[in-house]
Ligand binder design. Sequence first.
Ligand code: FES
Ligand code: MG
Length: 592
Amino acid sequence: MTNRANGHRRQTTRLRSQQWFDNPDDPGMTALYLERYLNYGLTREELQSGKPLIGIAQTGSDLSPCNRHHIELAKRLRAGIEAAGGIPLEFPVHPIQETGKRPTASLDRNLAYLALVEVLYGYPLDAVVLTIGCDKTTPALLMAAATVNIPAIALSVGPMLNGWHKGRRTGSGTIVWESRERLAAGEIDYEEFMEIVSSSAPSVGYCNTMGTATTMNSLAEALGMQLPGSAAIPAPYRERGQIAYQTGRRIVAMVEEDLKPSDIMTRAAFENAVVVNSAIGGSTNAPIHLNAIARHLGVPLDNDDWQALGHDIPLLVNLQPAGEYLGEDYHHAGGVPAVVAELLKAGLLPHPDAVTANGHSIGDNCRAVETLDTDVIRPVARPLKAAAGFINLKGNLFASAIMKTSVISEEFRARYLSNPDDPEAFEGNAVVFDGPEDYHARIEDPALGVDERSILFMRGTGPVGYPGAAEVVNMQPPAALLKRGIHALPCVGDGRQSGTSGSPSILNASPEAAAGGGLALLRDGDRVRIDLGKATADILISDDELQRRRTELVEQGGYAFPDHQTPWQEIQRAMVDQLSEGMVLKPAVRYR
Ligand code: FES
Ligand code: MG
């Protein structure tokens, strides 16, 4: 290999790409590989001189508007790669658009993962830049980098500019949940609804709220897979193009250093990321995706770790939906490095010595960073909320389900968590829906008898049932309750929830109903007890009755779910793991 950054050639180890382009033992194949890559103007000198070939895994396209700006940023990436002596080769990644893909974008996370593994393994690439942004693009690309384990660095597309409507910040996703309630309650009409929602997406970039996109981009940086500060720079800012250039330069050096995903994404890095996730108020999708990345690396990480490491960490970042600000404010306040610096000052970051993509430790990268707006990024001594992490609930309804305690509203707390004898538990009567279509068809039916003592259940929406696991658990109460000022009922389900939603739902229940989980045994009217202190959730019926229902369900052939609509749905259903296990393809985690 050649060290060009220093202006001289220093042969060390042979580059992976030389097996294709410079194999003296097989001139025939070498010529065949070469001629097609020469045919658009690359020269033999370039391909045979030991320059590293750097893939740019391009997630932007017309179908993926959140990541579309990566098409522009790739120009700066290429310039950086070439300036450092590498050769860029850009290629498309299967599009994953969170809001555009039916039935759900998460169906395609594992498909994009599989396809990228094949590209990274089968083509002459010495390293790769992962262009991340929209929700599922970040985990899909990090999972593939984990499996193939060639040097890799991530580049965020950056958040959109702040949305504004009538002088008020409108955040992507979050404003939809709020405005559809106002629409249902008759406070605004369809035109105004559309205008408010559109105002929240004023530019290129990923969602400007602390939804799954900001969460996963922040965590990619906390894991050490991006340059410091890269996650939060808004997409249209000049610094975004500049950090793309620096990312391109840096990946070439990472080839020389042979710095691989497994060197960066260690157990220590994941523990740091879990802590950062609590401090930023990260999405409930984060445990699914981080558990998946960890499994592809062979690093142990489960939902018990999320509660043990993350629950007591305070919420520092004041972004919607838990707080009030948006992506530009997060960047101006200092982004991920400032959050890490606040955690370091309080001794809360477990592993300051974890190495990152720039070759330095996360502690060295962030220690001296100052928070520039302490209302947006709070010091640990003045947090938005104490103990803002997840709890991992268990019981006869499921073996694991995640609840984000930082978004429990005062209204919710007053109604459900104010019993002085039992301040952390509540009971209610189950109202059970089998999928989002069933919910929409029946929620307004007065015969359902939904009232403020109801707990809404959504089942049939896990990785097998839906398939891919739908973001549908945060269910709006019927209009009659909304009009009485009841904005949120407790919601529980085996599906997911958008990270931009502020609902304190109990999510990602595993195993799901379609995989024989306890939710399949639940019936309308069952009394259910949820204890947040003990982290339990149970149907209050006898074990005998539960067993009787289970036998009956098995006799009926199990919990029924809709047919496959595409070949991939069928293939994935046959081999996908549960949400608590990262929703990975079970056979894929054996390949490392
Ligand atoms: Fe793509 Fe939010 S929908 S980032
Ligand atoms: Mg989403």
